[in-house]
Write a new protein. Structure first.
Lengths: 64, 136
């Protein structure tokens, strides 16, 4: 699964630590998410999308 | 999500572990043989790992981050599952191929292995019934 987290963080001027604090995860989790090495739970995906004020499918992109 | 706080008290057990290891090495009546060095080295390594993870956790909490998030829980579960699998095969190997082992010891280890399998099976039955939530 690909994500737009890095791009959206840059748009909103958020560091990985700040995003991690807002969704209550470790910074390493954000790193793994950005690299596409970890698929988040539905709850975490919702929370991240909420931070960026977007829908889940706009933040997380399924590989076809 | 609640964050458990790592207090400085939690650093006491690894510190005590290091002190006890040091005491054991100091009070040893004979110099260590290879097995002794191996045990000592592995113990230091494990305590070192424990300390490293505690310090990481402490720093995460200081930064306002959650050290026990879903990914860290999944990593722990995966590591535990692999360790369990590996342990079973390791002990079976030890029982079968360590020729000068006391037969009574082999029986005890074998019973332990059966116990491990039984505990695994009971847990599997239980979680198959009630399911597993993300919060676990």
């Amino acid at each position: 699964m690909k994500t737009r987290i890095k791009e959206l963080r840059a748009r909103d001027n958020l560091t990985q630590v700040e995003l991690a604090q807002r969704v209550s995860v470790r910074r390493e989790t954000i790193v793994f998410l950005e690299k596409g090495k970890y698929n988040p739970s539905l709850k975490l995906a919702f929370e991240i999308a909420k931070v960026f004020n977007m829908r889940i499918e706009e933040v997380f992109l399924m590989n076809s | 999500m609640k964050i458990k706080h790592t207090s400085l008290v939690s650093f006491i057990s690894p510190t005590l572990g290091i002190m006890l290891l040091g005491l054991w090495a100091y009070l040893a009546k004979e110099p260590f043989n290879i097995i002794g060095y191996l045990i000592f080295g592995l113990s230091i390594l494990m305590i070192g790992f424990g300390l490293y993870f505690k310090i990481q956790r402490f720093n995460s909490e200081k930064s306002g981050l959650n050290p026990d998030d879903e990914l860290s829980k999944r990593i722990k579960e995966k590591a535990a599952a692999k360790a369990f699998n590996f342990s079973i095969y390791m002990w079976v190997f030890i029982i079968l191929f360590l020729i000068d082992m006391d037969p009574r010891d082999k029986i005890i280890i074998g019973l332990g292995l059966i116990g491990m399998g039984l505990i695994f099976f009971l847990n599997w039955l239980y979680y198959s019934k009630i399911g597993v939530s993300d919060e676990d």
